[in-house]
Design a protein around this ligand. Structure first.
Ligand code: SAH
Ligand code: AVI
Length: 342
C-alpha cells in the first residue's frame, strides 16, 4: 500500500539478458500529471512540479547541463566519488546498491566499480520516474557488469519507496543534490519514509550542493548557452504534448534567482505578455498576466549543521562527511541511528 491508500502492483519485464529487469509501479502517472497540473496552474502563485521536467528531451537537456562549465555540481560530486568510492565500499560492504533518481547513473559507475572490486555487490537497483533513461542505462550497465543483477524500478521516490528490495545490506545512493528539489516539508517526509525502510547495516549516501557565492549559484542555473532556459521551458512543451495545451514557450522568460531566506535557487517562468493558455485535457483556460511568475523548481543549498539536524530528526546519523577540494559540494554517509553498519 502507498501513503494515499492505493495499491501498488508491479509489472516486470526482462530487458536484454535475464539479469536485467524493469519493474513499474502500476500507478497512473498520467492521472497524477493531470491532478498535479490542474492544482499548479489554478493556484496562486502558479507552480509546476520539477518531476515533469524529465521527458526524453528534458533528460537530454539535463545531461547537457551536467557538462556546462557553470554547472559545477556534477564535476564536484564526481571528484568526491573518485576519491571516496573505495572507502564507501569498505565502510558499507553493500550487497545491494539502490540509486534514487538515478537518471543515467553516470557517476554511479564509480560506486559500482568499487563495490564490485570489494566483492560484496550482487544487485543494482536504479529507481527513477523516467522509464526511457532507466531502460537504456540499465542495458548499458548490464553489458558493463554481466554478473550483476540489475533490477530497475520505475517509480516516484516520494510515493513508492516500499518498492525497494529489502534483502541484504543496502547502500541507498541519492546523488546529484536532487534532494534539494524537494521543499523542506517534503524533504522531512522523504527522510522519515526512507529511514523507516532502512534496517541495521543499511546506509544512505546523499549528495548535497552547499551554500556559496550567490553569483556562482545563479550562473549554474542561468548558463551563458541558454541550456537551462531550454530545460525550464521544456516543461511547457511537455504540457502541450501530454495535455494538449497551447503554451508558447517563447512567451516565457527563464528566471533563476537565489532566495537568501530559504537558501534555495528558484527557477521561474515569467510571462512576457498577457496570454490565455488552453489546456483542453484539463478543461481549463489559464490566464497569465504580463510579468506573472510560475515557479517550476526550487534547488535548496545546504549547510552541514542544518542537514545533520534534518537527518537526525528522521533518526539518521551522519557518520561521514566528504567535500570536494573547493568545498562546493558534500557527500554524506548516514546510518539508522543507534545502529551501526557492522
Ligand atoms: N542522479 C543523477 C540524475 C539527477 S537528475 C545525477 O546525479 O546526475 C534528477 C533525476 O531524478 C532525473 O532522472 C529524474 O527523472 C528523477 N526524478 C525526479 N523526480 C523524481 C521522483 N519524484 N521520483 C523518482 N525520480 C525522480
Ligand atoms: C536534478 N537537480 C538536482 C538539478 C538541480 O540542480 O536542482 C536540476 C536542475 N535544474 C536546473 N539545472 C539543473
Amino acid at each position: 500500500m502507498v501513503a494515499d491508500g492505493s495499491r501498488i502492483l508491479i509489472t516486470g519485464t526482462a530487458v536484454g539478458s535475464r539479469r536485467v529487469t524493469i519493474q513499474r509501479a502500476e500507478v497512473d502517472f498520467r492521472h497524477e500529471l493531470e491532478v498535479d497540473a490542474l492544482r499548479g496552474l489554478t493556484s496562486t502563485p502558479k507552480e509546476l512540479s520539477p518531476k515533469w521536467f524529465y521527458d526524453q528531451r528534458g533528460a537530454a537537456l539535463f545531461d547537457a547541463i551536467t557538462r556546462l562549465p557553470e554547472y559545477y555540481l556534477t564535476t564536484r560530486e564526481r571528484e568526491i566519488l573518485v576519491q571516496r568510492s573505495a572507502e564507501i565500499a569498505q565502510l558499507t560492504r553493500a550487497e545491494t546498491l539502490i540509486e534514487l533518481g538515478a537518471g543515467t547513473s553516470e557517476k554511479t559507475r564509480l560506486l559500482l566499480q568499487a563495490l564490485t572490486r570489494s566483492g560484496s555487490l550482487c544487485c543494482f537497483v536504479p529507481f527513477d520516474v523516467d522509464e526511457a533513461t532507466l531502460q537504456s542505462s540499465a542495458e548499458s550497465l548490464g553489458d558493463l557488469h554481466p554478473r550483476l543483477r540489475i533490477a530497475a524500478v520505475v517509480g516516484d521516490f516520494e510515493r513508492h519507496l516500499e518498492l525497494l528490495p529489502r534483502d541484504g545490506r543496502r547502500l541507498i545512493a541519492f546523488l546529484g543534490s536532487t534532494i534539494g528539489n524537494l521543499n523542506p516539508n517534503a524533504r522531512a517526509k522523504f527522510f522519515s519514509n526512507l529511514a523507516a525502510q532502512m534496517s541495521a547495516g543499511d546506509a544512505l549516501l546523499l549528495g548535497t550542493d552547499l551554500v556559496k557565492d550567490v553569483n556562482r549559484l545563479v550562473a549554474a542555473y542561468d548558463d551563458s548557452q541558454g541550456v537551462t532556459r531550454e530545460f525550464n521551458r521544456n516543461i511547457l512543451l511537455f504540457l502541450n504534448r501530454e495535455l494538449g495545451a497551447d503554451f508558447d514557450p517563447s512567451q516565457f522568460a527563464h528566471v533563476a534567482r537565489f532566495d537568501p531566506q530559504h537558501e534555495w535557487i528558484e527557477m521561474i517562468l515569467r510571462s512576457l505578455s498577457l496570454q490565455r493558455v488552453r489546456v483542453p485535457m484539463l478543461g481549463i483556460e489559464v490566464l497569465f498576466r504580463p510579468g506573472e511568475e510560475m515557479r517550476t523548481e526550487i534547488s535548496a543549498k545546504f549547510r552541514r549543521d542544518s542537514l545533520e539536524a534534518e537527518l537526525g530528526k528522521a533518526n539518521l546519523q551522519v557518520i561521514r562527511w566528504w567535500t570536494d577540494r573547493r568545498g562546493d559540494y558534500a557527500l554524506s554517509l548516514s546510518i539508522p541511528q543507534r545502529l551501526h553498519p557492522n
